[in-house]
Every structure is written in structure tokens, then in C-alpha cells.
Design a protein around this ligand. Structure first.
Ligand code: DHB
Length: 385
């Protein structure tokens, strides 16, 4: 088998790349180890930056997103039992975020790929790749490509194939997130990031009928330790306001999972014919919901580079791929680390807790500090980073 671009992984990164290439008349083959059912139901974050929404809309995969996505013009920071709104419209040039589950983006991209007739193989587990020759091996087959896009996530084979050539930067946090989906109406119009003495809590949503909530828990926490009752009780306690006005709507929990927290970057992103993108190259802790948005940013740069290369034989943009992406990666790494550090409880560290309160108060009082949060949250322009 032969193709121009062999794409390993059908998560948001791989699927968006296939979609953008198809629109540019560049042939690609997507290979995914899991089933379609699995990737379409993998629950992840649900906050899309302004730029992420734009690219999906502009390229014809934003129809359902426009209909069902929830536009938010601010978020709440809650600490000491009091809420403070960060107003994106005022602070981030009128930009907003859209709440729409990652797996919904994946469904829309799969539908577009299948409709276009492009190659997308599920349960096609890649066993090895050759980054120099541009060969992907899966099952008994070999796929020869001009370029390999490594979009197979943190545990994939693509980064592993070049691991002795990578510089790794990493930080592991001493906590995880327990995330739930529940049949309950959102208790607030916007997301609530809560700092409390009992640890971090986040109130988010998926629709007018479904909420998504997260609790900071110890790392490697067993979900079995958390009955529905205990989850609601802990959310209620952490999110309670001093005026007692906040009422957290409870409902049937239909999904529970634990997300470990790490910051990770593998440099550089290019090795011969292999280009790493998304979680295969970098992981951010979930606070601020940047993972998907960062993957989309990588893919936009890669797709542009591949257009120049495949259409005009100009490899300059591909040569710049790693450096260009890494500038944004590190900006977003800093933001995600900052949000994580500011909002979580660090066991036994009273000094850290005092710094956090000071920082939170500064963020909600200072126009400059609030702007920093707002402009990073809605997403910086590719050109600005
Ligand atoms: C969601 C996840 C996040 O990590 C975040 O910062 C905000 C929202 C979510 O799943 O809705």
C-alpha cells in the first residue's frame, strides 16, 4: 500500500489532519488501533477555543457544533466561598469559548471522513514505523508514505519509535481528577473553577440536561472508592458559597473516570518523515482544557506545511513545523501549569495555599492579570505565540 500521508491514530488530531488534507486534494490513510465505537465514546474535555471552532466551521464540520455547542463569554473563579467572573468579552477582544464534548468533534470528523470516501481503518493496530523510510507496519501490511503523522496519543508507537532521539520535559502532579457526567441541569450558566480547603472542584456541562463535574483526588485513586453519594457530597462541600446561594443540581451519574495529571513535552516534533502531533508529542494537565485545542493548533501548522510540500514541492514550512508548534506548546504548557498550580490543594503546604489565595485575589482584581487568564483561556492567535 502507498499513500502521501500515513496518519497513525483517529483521535481529533489524526481525523482533523485527514480532513484538512482531503480538502486540499492530498491523499492520506488513517490507521486506528481501536474500534469506531471506542473512539466515538472516549470521554474527554469539552472546551473549544475560538480558533478551534473557526477551523471546524470554516472547513465544513461545524454544523452540529454551531447548533449544539454552548457559547460562553466568561468563567467563574470561586475561592473562599465567593465567586468572581472573568469576562472574556471585555478582556479578550470579544472572543468566547464553546462548550462541546471532544467526542462530539470526533464523531463529526469521522462522519466527514467517511462521507468523503477517504481511507479510515479501525482496529488497524500499527506495530512499528520507520521514520526514515516512511513505512508504517500494521497487521501483515506495509503502508509506504511520503510523510507519517504520529497522532497516536501519549501511549502510541510513533513517539516510542524515536524515543532515543528525544529530549523529554516532564512534571507529574501529586493529584488526579475524578470526572463525572450526570443527568442534571447545569447549576450555573458558565464554568466554575473552585479553589477550596478540601481541594479543587470544577463544574462544567455538556448540554442543558447534562453536567460534567470534576474533583481533585489523590493520584491513582480507585473510582470504586467513590459512590455517587460521596461524589455529590464532596462537590457540594467544595463548591458551597458563604452566602449559601449556590445550589448544585444533582442527578444520575452515568460516567465516572480518573484522569492523571502531568505536563509533558517531547522535543523535537519532527524526525525524518515522522511528524508528532497532539498527545503523542505533549500532554497538558486538564485545568483549562487545552489538550484538544493544542492538538488542533499542531495540525493546522502541519496541514499548511504539507500543502506547500505536496502541491509546490516546498519543504520550508515542514522544516519549521517543530519550532513553530513548540512556541505555542510552551505557552500553553505554562498556562495549564499555572491554572493547575493556582487551583489545587497541595497536601501539607500552607505556604503554597497562601500564595494561591494571593494570586487568585490578584487575578480577579487586576485588569492585567484577568486579561492574562482570559486571553490564554480563549486561545491566543497562532501568529501571536
Ligand atoms: C472541562 C474540562 C476541563 O479540563 C476544563 O478545564 C474545563 C471544562 C470539561 O470537560 O467540560
Amino acid at each position: 500500500m502507498e499513500t502521501q500521508v500515513g496518519i497513525v491514530g483517529a483521535g481529533p488530531a489524526g481525523l482533523l489532519l485527514a480532513h484538512l488534507l482531503q480538502r486540499a486534494g492530498i491523499e492520506s490513510v488513517v490507521l486506528e488501533a481501536r474500534t469506531r465505537e471506542y473512539v466515538e465514546h472516549r470521554v474527554r474535555a469539552g472546551v473549544l477555543e475560538h480558533g478551534t471552532v473557526e477551523v471546524l466551521k470554516e472547513t465544513g464540520v461545524g454544523e452540529r457544533l454551531e447548533r449544539e455547542g454552548m457559547l460562553h463569554h466568561g468563567v467563574e473563579l470561586r475561592f473562599g466561598g465567593t465567586g468572581h467572573r472573568i469576562d472574556f468579552s471585555a478582556l479578550a477582544g470579544g472572543r468566547a469559548i464553546t462548550v462541546y464534548g471532544q467526542q462530539e468533534v470526533v464523531k463529526d470528523l469521522i462522519a466527514a471522513r467517511l462521507q468523503s470516501g477517504g481511507a479510515l481503518h479501525f482496529e488497524a493496530e500499527v506495530t512499528s514505523i520507520d521514520p526514515e523510510r516512511g513505512v508504517i507496519r500494521f497487521g501483515d501490511e506495509e503502508l509506504r508514505c511520503a510523510v507519517i503523522a504520529g497522532c497516536d496519543g501519549f501511549h502510541g508507537v510513533c513517539r516510542e519509535a524515536v524515543q532515543d532521539r528525544l529530549r523529554i520535559y516532564e512534571r507529574v502532579y501529586p493529584f488526579a481528577w475524578l470526572g463525572i457526567l450526570a443527568h442534571a441541569a447545569p447549576s450555573s450558566e458558565e464554568l466554575i473553577y473552585t479553589h477550596s480547603d478540601r481541594g479543587f472542584a470544577l463544574h462544567s456541562m455538556r448540554s442543558p440536561e447534562v453536567t460534567r463535574n470534576y474533583l481533585q483526588v489523590p493520584p491513582d485513586e480507585d473510582v470504586g472508592e467513590w459512590s455517587d453519594e460521596r461524589i455529590w457530597e464532596e462537590l457540594q462541600q467544595r463548591m458551597a458559597t458563604v452566602d449559601g446561594d449556590f445550589i448544585l443540581q444533582e442527578g444520575e451519574i452515568f460516567e465516572k473516570g480518573v484522569t492523571p495529571m502531568r505536563s509533558f513535552v517531547a522535543e523535537p516534533l519532527r524526525h525524518g518523515k515522522l511528524f508528532l502531533a497532539g498527545d503523542a508529542a505533549h500532554i497538558v494537565p486538564p485545568t483549562g482544557a487545552k489538550g484538544l485545542n493544542l492538538a488542533v493548533a499542531d495540525i493546522r501548522v502541519l496541514a499548511r506545511g504539507l500543502r506547500s510540500y505536496c502541491k509546490d514541492g516546498d519543504g520550508t514550512r515542514l522544516d519549521e513545523y517543530s519550532d513553530r508548534c513548540l512556541r505555542r506548546v510552551w505557552r500553553v504548557q505554562h498556562f495549564s501549569w499555572w491554572m493547575t498550580s493556582m487551583l489545587h490543594r497541595f497536601e501539607g503546604d500552607a505556604f503554597e495555599a497562601k500564595l494561591q489565595r494571593s494570586q487568585l485575589e490578584y487575578v480577579v482584581r487586576s485588569h492585567a492579570a484577568a486579561t492574562t487568564l482570559a486571553e490564554n483561556y480563549v486561545g491566543l492567535d497562532l501568529e501571536d505565540v
